[in-house]
Write a protein that binds this ligand. Sequence first.
Ligand SMILES: Nc1nc2c(ncn2[C@@H]2O[C@H](COP(=O)(O)OP(=O)(O)O)[C@@H](O)[C@H]2O)c(=O)[nH]1
Ligand SMILES: Nc1ncnc2c1ncn2[C@@H]1O[C@H](COP(=O)(O)OP(=O)(O)O)[C@@H](O)[C@H]1O
Length: 219
Amino acid sequence: MSGDGLSGPVFRGRRRGLMLVLSSPSGAGKTTLSKRLISLNPDLVLSISATTRAPRPGEVEGQDYYFMTPKEFEEKIAAGEFFEWAKVFDHYYGTPKAPIEEALDEGRDVVFDIDWQGARSLAKEAPDDVVRVFILPPSLALLRDRLKKRKQDSDDIIKSRMNRAKSEIEHWNEYDYVVLNDDFSRALEKLSEILHAERLKRVRHPWLEGFVEELMKEE
Ligand SMILES: Nc1nc2c(ncn2[C@@H]2O[C@H](COP(=O)(O)OP(=O)(O)O)[C@@H](O)[C@H]2O)c(=O)[nH]1
Ligand SMILES: Nc1ncnc2c1ncn2[C@@H]1O[C@H](COP(=O)(O)OP(=O)(O)O)[C@@H](O)[C@H]1O
């Protein structure tokens, strides 16, 4: 990763940018939560993933995902254009590198809606910059209800997402924070608190070292 702007310190003015990674079983609310969090925080941008799955009704190219064929996706893997990629539900999903580097270089924080495999890869690549949050549903019954109410997937797809839910939840303890998405406003509030506290962390303010050094020179 050296020389690509992600391994070294990334500064926002004088602050180091952070990568807020959200994972959950499908339907727990991470897409809705991340969109609301972004609407409340102009300095936060969403990492738009590429995928080979079909667009859902209402999904917009370049806004929800970059939709592509498996051949196009594999060409991009070979060209090293992904920061990380994984196969989820038999489809490819990946994080394009260039827009993230651009956002972090501009001093913005980036939010990722990716699975446990992607979260693990990002944390390995940029351990100081990644903050991992796992979103839990109140119950599997409510998870199924939410997937049904979303009305965007067939019964078969809902079944395969439910079958995969436990294997995603199994990774909950690899995350820094766990937010239970029972009441939406409360979950959003918790996520905002995590973001704001993480922005204040000492390691994200490398300028402090010089500042304190100068302070100590004062009589
Ligand atoms: N590793 C990885 N996972 C991703 C990426 N984009 C989306 N995913 C994950 O793929 C899974 C399926 O996403 P999607 O088909 O949009 O369904 P959703 O879970 O209902 O939002 C979710 O667990 C996403 O977090 C990515 O770029 N990389
Ligand atoms: N706290 C909540 N209570 C009730 N419904 C919710 C809550 N959070 C999200 N939802 C709804 O559940 C469905 C799945 O949410 P979504 O954000 O698409 O999940 P994910 O991205 O994790 O698959 C959506 O229709 C969303 O409006």
